[in-house]
Design a protein around this ligand. Structure first.
Ligand code: C5P
Length: 232
């Protein structure tokens, strides 16, 4: 898979998401399904969107004991998804177990990406709530290296971290970056943002874009603009 724009379909139900995807006609954007939609509609929504021809990033951020994660991943890979994720905080052995669980009988598997530190976690909260007394940047890079050691394909990270992750882990280690906004757009609740063009320049492999597309007056035009700027 090459560089692509992943549309974060943060909708609360089946009707909303299918109405949205219908707007794209024959085009089939790479779709991110998160916890809200998955918990509301169950695995059937994944099968339905997949059957319509979309690639799917199932963003459920698993974090549990290795055996539980392995078994859960085996179920998810049976849904024919293309990408999924775990928390790197679950440790290297949990990430290795996740990878094992994902392997399908035919030898294929979805891409597996690790969440490092959530971008909603500040250095202060990490220190006081989690008792992690290191600079956040160091923690993110350490978790990225752990993900690489476990054999994962990449990490979800802030676009501002993507360049360093590539330098430390390797150019082929994937960086999936949310927090993307158009230069003339509204930032909403995202603080550290980049335009699709900037994300391309710093080497992001996939950008995850939600509201700049889903809440746009013309979502298809916004999606096309993202693809033009990012994939070019
Ligand atoms: O609407 P917006 O473009 O901000 O959506 C970004 C998507 O990426 C959302 O689904 C959000 O949950 C997800 N995300 C994020 N920051 C992270 C990890 C995931 O914004 N660190």
């Amino acid at each position: 898979m090459g560089k692509d724009v992943i549309v974060a379909c943060d909708f609360s139900g089946k009707k909303e998401v299918l109405d949205f995807l219908d707007k794209f006609g024959g085009r089939k954007p790479f779709v991110k399904i998160g916890m809200e939609l998955f918990y509301a509609e169950g695995p059937e929504i994944v099968r339905e969107i997949k059957a319509r021809g979309h690639k799917i990033f199932l963003d459920l951020k698993l974090h549990d004991i290795p055996n539980t994660v392995k078994k859960a991943m085996a179920v998810l890979s049976g849904l024919d998804i293309d990408m999924c994720n775990v928390h790197a905080a679950g440790t290297i052995s949990m990430m290795e177990a996740a990878l094992e669980g994902l392997k399908r009988p035919d030898g294929t598997r979805p891409l597996l990406i690790a969440v490092t530190q959530l971008t909603s976690t500040s250095e202060e909260r990490m220190r006081e709530d989690l008792l992690i007394d290191k600079p956040i940047d160091e923690v993110v890079m350490h978790y990225a290296l752990n993900a690489k050691k476990a054999g994962l394909d990449g990490v979800v990270c802030s676009p501002l971290e993507a360049e360093k992750v590539h330098r430390i882990c390797s150019d082929s280690f994937l960086t999936v970056t949310p927090g993307v906004r158009f230069a003339d757009g509204n930032k909403g609740d995202q603080v550290r943002v980049m335009t699709p063009e900037q994300a391309k320049a710093i080497g992001s492999d996939y950008i995850v874009v939600g509201r700049p597309i889903t809440a746009a007056e013309d979502p298809v035009a916004s999606y096309n603009r993202c693809v033009d700027e990012f994939v070019g």
